[in-house]
Design a protein around this ligand. Structure first.
Ligand code: GLY
Length: 575
């Protein structure tokens, strides 16, 4: 949202506070103080911006900024609100990565709130007697759900980096859950896709209207989720990981064949990780560390192309090089996994000499197919996840990508909690010859083990150059990485920033295997296609657009910050 919006919201907040001052004797002093504080912030708010996948989540973050919160406080508010209004993408029952930049000292860190495999998971839960993966074991039922990380991430963000208590930053989400919000066309379309799964239990049927996908405009109220959020606001993450919420989630998961123990929840911890940082043709890029594969892939692709001028990403000659680089980076992904459980050769993968050699091995005139992994993949699954970007007037930044994995996750809702649980176990590699829902293969570094974090593609990123800083990220499984890559190159190529164009531009993607370029249906000419086919690439036109990129730009100097939402997110085609 651009920041004329925040001024309107600010006026509304001031109006509410002044009303409180006029109407209430008790508390008038506090309200008057708050109103003064808000007014004092006003001149600076033009330097702040938020982009998220839902206007109500953006508004929640704006309210918190207008109340004097910083970008980290706003991120708590946006993440919690997204859990309510975009329940199919992310939520308390999922996890994610928060990439932070603190303006006062330049500290940059990634809060890893990724889910972990339950301690009781055993091969027999996921494989049959002869070692074949049990169909659906990582996407449906209790064995699909990993231990959630988001609530611990929110508490960590608030305590370590925020300036406001959770009781303030969670308030907008609690209100949205308790009072309800009007669902949109996107909600209607996605619930249609998952209607049968959601109808399976009384708790998950809450997302439907009398067992059917609701029409747009339906008011969705989530009183149990409001109570869970209220608990977290009062008790911190312990209100989620211990006591009745933990018990309700564990009961639901285990009734559906899962193996959660209360101790898995009680022992969940976020991890602060050093982000992947590199420079590319004069720009400084900060991006996701393991257990995301995204930052390493971005650094590898740009490292391969470092000595090559930034090209027009829609130009067929340049697209060929980008695709060849993606192919190589995604092949190296087979070596990645949870760095706390397996030694991953990150430094080796990012060595300049190695990336230069990859570049030298590319041919300008031909695709260079790489030997395939052992067997072919299964069909693509639907995609999901959510991203938001925040910058405040002081220059604090957050790029956060959050997920419950596939749309509506496992579909299991913790009893009496309103918490929809993820199916993040599908991001593990069950066997090197078996693809997951994103057609991704993995190596043994990403095999399932108790307490382990599954490998992700989420790529929250900061790009800094002489123009300013771009904060971006996207949903879309493996296609997250190519969305962030293409948008980064588009940003760097242009002397003037055009955020709207950056989030809207047509997309293509290659992930080593299957060996084809996926392209969106619109935006690529016949000449572009035949130029790539002429080099030996296979093209696969996907029948709808993908992604929902959310970008914020804060220019150097004193100019206003900008935000842009992917137009794909405005309609059902955007998931
Ligand atoms: N669940 C999608 C991802 O983390 O990449």
């Amino acid at each position: 949202m651009n920041f004329s919006g925040i001024f309107n919201r600010l006026q509304r907040v001031i109006g509410v506070l002044l009303t409180a001052v006029l109407c209430c004797t008790a508390g008038a002093h506090v309200a008057a103080q708050a109103a003064t504080h808000v007014a004092a912030q006003a001149p600076n708010l033009a330097r702040a911006a938020i982009a998220s996948a839902h206007p109500l989540a953006t508004a929640a973050g704006e309210d918190v900024l207008a109340r004097g919160g910083n970008a980290f406080d706003a991120a708590v508010a946006v993440a919690a609100a997204l859990a309510v209004v975009e329940p199919y993408s992310s939520g308390l029952g999922g996890g994610g990565f928060f990439l932070l930049h603190r303006a006062s000292d330049g500290h940059q860190v990634m809060i890893d709130a990724r889910e972990t495999a339950p301690s009781g998971i055993l091969p027999r839960h996921l494989f049959d007697a002869v070692g074949n993966p049990l169909p659906g074991a990582t996407t449906r039922g209790g064995t699909a759900a990993a231990i959630p990380g988001l609530p611990a991430g929110l508490e960590h963000l608030a305590q370590r980096y925020g300036s406001l208590p959770l009781s303030v930053t969670l308030a907008p989400a609690i209100e949205l859950a308790r009072e309800g919000f009007k669902t949109d066309r996107r909600y209607a379309r996605i619930t249609q896709l998952r209607e049968a799964m959601l109808r399976a239990s009384k708790e998950s049927a809450l997302f439907l209207d009398n067992g059917r996908a609701p029409a747009p405009g339906y008011v969705l109220r989530q009183p149990d989720l409001a109570a869970t959020l209220q608990r977290i606001a009062g008790e911190g993450a312990a209100g989620f990981y211990r006591g009745p919420v933990a018990e309700g989630m564990t009961a639901a998961i285990n009734a559906a064949g899962g193996v959660w123990q209360l101790s898995d929840l009680a022992s969940y911890r976020v991890v602060e990780r050093a982000p992947v940082r590199f420079s590319y043709r004069g720009a400084n890029i900060t991006t996701a560390a393991l257990p995301s594969a995204g930052g390493i892939a971005l650094a590898q692709v740009l490292g391969m192309l470092e000595h090559f001028p930034v090209g027009e990403v829609q130009d067929a000659e340049y697209a060929h090089l980008l695709i060849e680089a993606m192919r190589r980076a995604f092949r190296d992904r087979l070596q990645l996994g949870d760095p706390d459980q397996t030694a991953i050769p990150v430094a080796e993968l990012l060595k300049k000499d190695k990336l230069k050699q990859y570049f030298m091995d590319m041919r300008r005139d031909r695709a260079t197919p790489l030997p395939p992994p052992a067997a072919t993949g299964t069909g693509a699954g639907s995609v999901n996840t959510t991203h938001f970007s925040v910058v405040d007037a002081a220059g604090n930044r957050v790029a956060a990508t959050l997920t419950i994995n596939l749309l509506f996750g496992s579909g299991i809702v913790g009893r009496g909690t309103g918490v929809l649980l993820n199916n993040e176990m599908d991001d593990f590699s069950l066997r090197t010859d078996v693809a997951n829902s994103f057609q991704l293969r993995g190596g043994t570094a990403n095999s399932v083990a108790p307490g382990k974090r599954p490998l992700s593609s989420m790529t929250p990123t900061f790009v800094e150059d002489e123009k300013g800083v771009l904060i971006l990220g996207a949903p879309g499984g493996s296609r997250i990485i190519s969305q962030v890559l293409l948008a980064t190159l588009e940003y760097l190529r242009r002397p003037q920033v055009n955020l709207k164009q950056l989030v809207a531009m047509p997309r293509y993607h290659h992930q080593y295997w299957p060996d084809h370029i996926e392209i969106e249906p619109e935006g690529f000419s016949a000449a572009w296609r035949s130029a790539l086919e002429g080099k030996g690439h296979q093209l696969r036109v996907v029948n709808r657009q993908w992604g929902n990129l959310q970008a914020v730009f804060q220019p150097r100097g004193s100019g206003a910050a900008q935000a842009a939402n992917d137009p794909r997110g405005n309609d059902v085609a955007g998931y």
